[in-house]
Design a protein. Sequence first.
Length: 240
Amino acid sequence: MERSEFNNGLRAGLSIAIGYFPVALTFGLLAKTTGLSLFEATAMSIFVFAGAAQYISLSLITAGVDPLLIVMNTFIVNIRHFLMTASLNEKMQPAPKAIKAAYAFGVTDETFSVIATSKQDKVSSGNAFGVITIAYGSWVVFTALGHVIGANLPLFLQAAMSIALYALFIALLVPSMKGNRKVVLLASLAALLHCFFYYTELLSTGWAILASTLLSSIIIELVYAKYGRAPIPAVEKEES
């Protein structure tokens, strides 16, 4: 029964594996241009397995940020995983803590979406492992492939790929900003705060990113908690 559930999970996760192909390939390419070796880039995908956090880590590594700050920044980026795994726990069949810890490592936005939206009332551990195994394998393999391809690119193209990292961040941000004023305010405030810390040299690059992320999140949430959907209080019309 578990083997059948695992195979069902593999089939359900196939779309994730295909979707990871261009993203992981690009990560491998950028890791090569950042200066990571094939072993280092692949090891990051093996032990971290977090797309957005890995991309952010590359930019911080390029800037020479302290490793502790890189860990703290990626922790902030991935803090949503606490909510995802807590929600997923309600969907999963009972299992030993060691089993839960094992498949919790493989929870990403994509694997969470596939498992959480399963038509089954309770998803088995075997099914979850199937989804995660094919997604995880795809991410690691295509990371290594991207690095190998990057190593064979002409030097001028390798240098140009460094710009792709920032283009990717913009491509990820812009769609979420459309029709969402909260995201626009959050991104704008974070950018302004980072510019302030950067140009005044009050904080180093790593601390500036961390402080900007936390402060903008707290400020926008406080504003929305007070004013709801309208962050700017409406001005009442004077009676004529």
